[in-house]
Design a binder for this molecule. Structure first.
Ligand SMILES: CC/C=C(/N=C/c1c(COP(=O)(O)O)cnc(C)c1O)C(=O)O
Length: 426
């Protein structure tokens, strides 16, 4: 149940029967494909979800950064984000378990929408818990959830964002475990949730690995994905994690093509409006749990999280609701601890600039969450460009390499109001 020192099942006794029931269902249906569960899951991903999603060469970004940039288009999945991969898997599992009701939390509203869509498609009742703050900044998704006949339950405690929504959903689940399954929205929570959500999302890197080999003839030098709870991140990374040759070990001098087996993985967190934490306020101006969090327990798992010196969990901040979370998945925390994943972060301003840049250069309006991954290219490649004399000997600081995959986790329709407001402010 652990990823190194992270993970586990830090839940109240009352939840253990539900956790054990879920663990057994996960092992039978997901790991052993009992009753053809995974075959049915893949069929729904294809016929209802529209998989596989394209791995598209970004010509303008490749030109701008003087390297091959490919975009994994999870924004083209039905519903507009990677969230459907996990929601379909968990709602189908709830059906196989004989549950009659689904509850889910949501921040950006993408997970809530994906769960509502899957619940309508698979004919099961659905109730979504959403913080009041997030309801106000992701209204199009609130309408979509209700249109799919889901009940949207506003959560008014605390900052009214993801953390409180998860708390309320867990509380409901603990009360109604008999007939209710909790479709958790990211690779967080007690075991088996982090592993199960990663397994449902790993279709992203399963496809990308095959697609990049076909299109570019080799594995990528790097994969870049934003990280809120870490589910699109783990989905985009999972099938590359074992390609773990440490980059420095095999780098020839200069920047020639490297051998096939070294894929660097960059998790891009929300740098918000700055990284200095004001403990007395109990708030952090960012959501960079991987790079500036401490070890602690949140939502049933030991992981990295933003907390004050006396262990109070700090409110996080990000212009993007989906990254606005004080914790992060335990597996991602472990991969950062072991050095396999490099945690980086970009602030609100850089993310907003990337939102506009991708829209203008590639004709894709990315979710504000995904904009953080796109923004990282600008920073990393820019530094290389600044540092180098000619484009063919970019300096060592250029960690991205010649062939980069960026995970576009979702589309930005939901964010247009926010971006118009923010642009007016700046
Ligand atoms: C489960 C809470 C997170 C939500 N969304 C997170 C999100 C994220 C961040 O979540 P992870 O992939 O789990 O790190 C990235 N991209 C898009 C388009 C997102 O909507 C949501 O409620 O929709």
């Amino acid at each position: 149940t652990k990823f190194g020192e992270y993970g586990g099942q830090y839940v109240p006794e009352v939840l253990m029967p539900a956790i054990e029931e879920l663990q057994s269902a996960y092992e039978r249906y997901v790991l052993e494909n009992e009753d053809g569960f995974m075959d049915e899951f893949r069929r729904h991903l294809r016929d209802f979800g529209g998989r596989p999603t394209p791995l598209q060469r970004a010509d303008a970004l490749s030109e701008r950064y003087d390297r091959e940039v490919y975009l994994k288009r999870e924004d083209l999945l039905h519903g507009g984000a990677h969230k459907l991969n996990n929601a379909l898997g968990q709602v189908l599992l709830a059906k196989y378990m004989g549950k009659e009701r689904i509850v889910a939390e949501t921040g950006a509203g993408q997970h809530g929408t994906a769960t509502a869509m899957a619940a309508s498609y698979l004919d099961i009742d659905c109730e979504v818990f959403m913080g009041r703050t997030d309801i106000n900044r992701q209204r199009p998704n609130v309408f979509r959830m209700r249109t799919h006949d889901a009940e949207v339950n506003p959560v008014d405690v605390g900052s009214g964002t993801l953390k409180e929504a998860i708390n309320e959903t867990m509380r409901d689940w603990a009360t109604n475990v008999e007939d209710t399954h909790y479709v958790i929205g990211s690779v967080v929570g007690p075991h088996p949730f982090p592993k199960m959500v990663r397994d449902f999302q790993s279709v992203i890197s399963e496809e990308a690995r095959e697609q990049i080999r076909k299109k570019a003839g080799r594995l990528p030098d790097s994969v870049v994905a934003c990280a809120g709870g870490g589910s699109n991140t783990m989905g985009a990374f999972h099938n590359f994690v074992d390609d773990a040759e440490p980059r420095s070990a095999n780098r020839s001098s200069g920047h020639g093509p490297r051998d096939d087996e070294s894929v660097s993985l960059f998790a891009v967190e929300a740098g918000g409006s700055g990284l200095t934490i004001d403990e007395d306020e109990g708030v952090a101006p960012h959501s960079a749990s991987l790079s500036s969090g401490q070890d602690g327990v949140l939502h049933g798992a030991r992981t990295k999280l933003l907390q004050s010196g006396d262990g109070q969990i700090l409110e996080s901040h990000s212009v993007s609701a989906g990254l606005d979370y004080s914790g992060v998945g335990p597996e991602l925390a472990h991969l950062v601890e072991t050095g396999r994943v490099t945690p980086v972060n970009v602030g609100d301003d850089a993310a907003l600039e990337a939102f506009h840049r991708l829209s203008k250069l590639e004709g894709i309006i990315p979710a504000l969450e995904s904009s953080h991954a796109v923004a990282y290219l600008e920073r990393a490649a820019q530094r290389a460009a600044d540092g180098s004399s000619g484009h063919d000997q970019r300096d060592e600081a250029d960690e991205l390499g010649d062939l980069v995959i960026v995970n576009v986790s979702g589309r930005g329709d939901k964010d247009l109001d926010t971006v118009i407001e923010e642009s007016a402010k700046r």
